[in-house]
Design a protein. Sequence first.
Length: 148
Amino acid sequence: MIFNTFKRLFKTDLDIVGMYASTICAVHCLALPFLLVALPLAGITFVADLLWEIAFLGVAAIVGITGISRSFKIHRKKLPAILLMIGLLLLILSKIEISHGHEAIEAHTFIAFFGGIIVALAHFVNLRFKNTALAFKQQSAPDFTMIS
């Protein structure tokens, strides 16, 4: 059962997973200032926990690197990898406190939001390059079904 789950996950298009996860990350980062105020009132504090964010960043890096490196073998374009590196770098930088107080929350929100959007863009561009390359390969492949 677990083996089948990993096998299915390996065949899953990680760019689609990465686009959704990065978009959720960007929304999370944009909403974080509001969540910092509202969620503790409901007893929920893990959303703003540094360990939670580092774990999410690790998963984003693993999904991004795996998905883009798989597709690179097909399309051979470097742009998705460059976008992924820029986005992950911005997400890492957002964890470093630039200043204290209100400015730190604003800087974190701005940097993390754009980092998440750039990671999602990297997955989108990668998916487009891969689909275009596969369509071109399929179109230019000789059709042996007509030969008898």
